[in-house]
Design a protein around this ligand. Structure first.
Ligand code: ADP
Ligand code: MG
Length: 468
């Protein structure tokens, strides 16, 4: 490879690295900005880009819930149906069955009735298969918790209208509609006797699922296809609240923090172009910097620019490298974690996905560095968000023995080890040695599905007690 090409390529990487730097001082400012936006969003409707939606979940599961409950988790890529048997009295989950289904991409852009029809039919199949093996005579109506991970404006725990789609979804006729009513109608068409007891999102579900096992959990955060967070707020800190205050004095807030924005974000021309060409330009900027749907795509854009500028990959056909979203976050994760001496996995991923062959070791190292820059910036910005929540809660300083646990879920956090490690170490860096001793980050696997079933359980059992 000509030295000039290498130098040109290195220049593209150096320029990208420089624009993506996230010094601790910047992250501390972003954490403060997040805390301020949280306050502004709680102050009044429309007070912030961070919507701080009321979830109408005013109590989290305690471990005493008992009975059979269903969960349905619609995220960004797959949906899961699950059934849990809760043992009550701290026995926790005594049995669980689940199934994961990929959403056919055309349904993400089709009509509301097609999407919900598909979900209800898969749910009906799951229930039918499950009940074949179980004695289901004399059963009560089935209770379902529905995890729907898109912004929803709620008026009660079991209803909510869709504010807008995010991630890869765009179904116009669903916006402004009550997603519970849509699901309920679709289930009736399937002849499925099931009642939606709670509508939540994955962040609320992760919080609930983790709190079920650990009382010190204060927030649930998602880094999957998209990103979001939910936490427990005191109702007297929610000026925009209208109506009756819950007796618990608490309210779970669905932050919708993916829409957080600061003019101090370390954005590059690649991010700007990605945003402009996205389904939701100008929106979800924090999400576009920190979540799984986008990290591979950012890297692809940098690789393309590097190739066009320097011909570092040789005289290649750029069709693949120009295809949006062809390079996915799991691919950059695999390249980033390549520990072979000659970066064999990097070579393989480049060839498989982008038809780039015959790269030198030097070139592969540059590719790894691009993955590193993209994921490090994401993880550090992610940590700033978490620090923002702790700041809002007054738990970002040394506070005696009080422990704060942040439960995190999502495919990016779960599978991208370097992202996860960087998030955790950056959070320690931002909190400082003393405060970080009382803060723990915990992975809550499948919290969103379990959480929905748990909230359905606590809601329906509460209702039952009320009626006595
Ligand atoms: P959802 O957000 O749709 O509910 P998940 O939480 O399972 O789904 O997250 C899926 C996302 O996680 C994918 O879009 C992908 O970006 C990311 N992901 C999945 N596997 C990996 C991996 N091995 N490495 C990095 N990221 C991954
Ligand atoms: Mg999910």
């Amino acid at each position: 490879m000509a030295a000039a090409a290498v130098a040109m390529a290195e220049q593209v990487v150096a320029d990208f690295r420089e624009k993506c730097t996230t010094p601790a001082s910047l992250l501390r400012d972003l954490a403060s900005a997040m805390a301020d936006e949280m306050g502004a969003g709680l102050e009044k409707e429309g007070g912030s880009r961070v919507k701080m939606l009321l979830s109408y979940v005013d109590k989290l599961p305690t471990g005493r819930e008992e009975g059979l409950f269903y969960g349905l988790d619609l995220g960004g890529t797959n949906f899961r149906v699950l059934k849990v048997q809760l043992g009550g009295n701290k026995k926790h989950v005594v049995n669980r069955e689940s199934r994961e289904v990929t959403i056919p991409p055309h349904l993400m852009l089709g009509s509301s009735s097609e999407l919900f029809g598909f979900i209800a039919s898969e749910l009906a199949k799951f229930v039918a298969d499950e009940e074949k093996c179980a004695n289901s005579s004399n059963r009560k109506q089935r209770e379902l918790g529905f995890t729907f991970s898109f912004p929803v404006r709620q008026r009660s725990v079991a209803s909510g209208t869709l504010v807008k789609w995010t991630k890869a979804f765009s179904i116009d006729d669903a916006v402004g509609e009550d997603v519970v009513a849509e699901l309920q109608t679709a289930m009736e068409k399937q002849g499925l006797d099931m009642h939606v007891a709670a509508l939540i999102n994955d962040a609320v579900g992760t919080l609930a699922g983790a709190r079920y096992y650990d009382e010190d959990v204060v927030a649930g955060v998602i880094f999957g296809t998209g990103t979001n967070a939910a936490y427990v707020e005191k109702v007297n800190a929610i000026p925009k609240w209208e109506g009756e205050l819950p007796s618990s004095g608490d309210m779970i807030i669905n932050m919708e923090w993916g829409n957080f924005y600061s003019s101090h974000f370390p954005v590059t021309e690649y991010d700007q172009a990605l945003d402009k060409e996205s389904l939701n330009p100008g929106e979800q900027i924090y999400e576009k910097l920190t979540s799984g749907m986008y990290l591979g795509e950012i890297a692809r854009r940098v690789l393309l620019e590097m190739s066009l500028q320097s011909a570092i990959f040789g005289d290649i056909d750029h069709t693949k490298l120009k295809t949006h979203f062809l390079l996915r976050t799991p691919h950059i994760s695999a390249m980033h974690h390549d520990e072979t001496p000659d970066l064999k996995d990097v070579a393989e991923k480049l060839e498989e996905n982008l038809e780039i062959t015959g790269t030198s070791l030097e070139t592969r190292k540059m590719v790894v560095e691009i993955c590193d820059i993209v994921s490090r910036r994401a993880a550090r910005l992610a940590a700033a968000g978490v620090a923002g929540i702790l700041k809002k809660l007054g738990r970002d300083g040394p506070i005696g023995k009080q422990r704060s646990v942040i439960a995190i879920d999502g495919g990016l956090f779960e599978h991208y080890t370097k992202f996860r490690e960087c998030l955790e170490s950056t959070l320690d860096e931002l909190l400082g040695e003393e405060a970080s001793k009382s803060v723990a980050v915990k992975h809550m696997g499948d919290g969103s599905g379990i959480g929905a079933a748990l909230i359905a359980a606590s809601q329906s059992q509460y209702k039952y007690v009320e009626q006595q």
